[in-house]
Design a protein around this ligand. Structure first.
Ligand code: ZN
Length: 311
């Protein structure tokens, strides 16, 4: 199990206004801001990481907020929804809360026998709260308004929408160790037993749906978790063996990564547990300091000047 993919590591999405993004995820949804840093390729832009109380790999939703960026839309060839696990009987609380904060939401439905509340963030990113059949025992981050009886236990699943499910399903099962466990219409549910949580991938097969447009309100990529760099590099070989192009190992400060485009068009990443989010600030200070990648530290003053003001 230690040498396998251990479910999700993080998901990265695109937002517009930084303050609005920060407020929604920390205040409305009640996640912890685990890291406040900048985009490696564009240090005048924030990179926010939201997760659980420990910043556990597997709990992390990250955003690049680009003020004024155009709106994207979901379609084929991308991750189209993110599911968060919540405790039993908490959906009523969330529906009320979303109403209060003018969050767009739908009626509660059942998916694969699990109650599910679909909603969107202020940029239109599609999210779901799911009450899993098996109780999610992860310890939540709690806030004044979102206590432990309702707080999310972070990732439950990610949904991919694809024209043809088969080539992606082959990678997900043969290489990454997931199993097809259920099918409902054109939705296929895959799960890995190598992690107790964040272990589900849903694939919607939509042969006639147009490709999505990646911009504000859409997901950029999905990262899967591995233990360390040795396992990471073993996967590099396996993925190359399937004829897919994959990047060299990249140092992302908080993890080491490989990126590859899965056959259905979505950008996948493999990311290590190490060194983790406490590598540059202690657990109790996570997210409170502006952390810069080493190469930008010398430019801190200039960067702080151009970043949007946030509170
Ligand atoms: Zn990533």
């Amino acid at each position: 199990m230690e040498d396998k993919v251990l479910g999700l590591h993080h998901i990265t999405a695109i937002a517009g206004n930084a303050q609005r993004n920060l407020d929604f995820y920390t205040k409305v949804l009640g996640l912890r801001l685990v890291k406040k840093t900048v985009n490696f390729d564009d240090p005048s832009t924030f990179h926010f990481y939201f997760g659980d109380q420990k910043g556990t790999p597997g709990s992390i939703l990250t955003f690049f907020p680009w003020e004024g960026i155009q709106h994207g839309y979901n379609g084929t060839g991308m991750a189209t929804s993110i599911g968060y696990a919540v405790p039993k009987d908490s959906l009523g609380f969330w529906a009320e809360r979303f109403k209060r904060f003018n969050v767009k939401q739908e009626e509660v439905i059942e998916k694969f026998g699990e109650p599910c509340l679909i909603f969107t963030d202020p940029d239109g990113l599609k999210l779901e709260l799911v009450v899993p059949a098996e109780v999610d025992k992860r310890e939540p981050w709690v806030t004044r308004e979102v206590n432990a009886s309702v707080a999310t236990r972070v990732f439950h699943h990610v949904t991919l929408t694809l024209r043809n499910a088969t080539p992606t399903a082959t990678i997900v099962t043969d290489v990454m160790g997931y199993w097809l466990i259920k099918q409902e219409g054109n939705v296929y549910r895959f799960k890995t037993n190598n992690s107790d949580n964040a272990s589900v991938i849903d694939i919607i097969e939509a042969p006639n749906l147009a490709r999505g447009l990646g911009a504000a309100g859409t997901n950029h990529h999905v990262a899967f978790r591995v233990k360390d760099e040795t396992v990471l590099m073993n996967y590099r070989e396996k993925i190359e063996g399937k004829g897919l192009h994959i990047t060299p190992k990249i140092d992302r400060e908080y993890f080491f990564s490989l990126y590859f485009r899965e056959p259905g068009g979505a950008l996948f990443e493999l990311a290590t547990n190490n060194p983790g989010f406490t590598v540059d600030e202690p657990l109790n200070e996570l997210g409170t300091n502006l952390k810069l990648p080493k190469q930008y530290e010398a430019m801190r003053k200039e960067i702080e000047k151009v970043l949007p003001a946030i509170a």
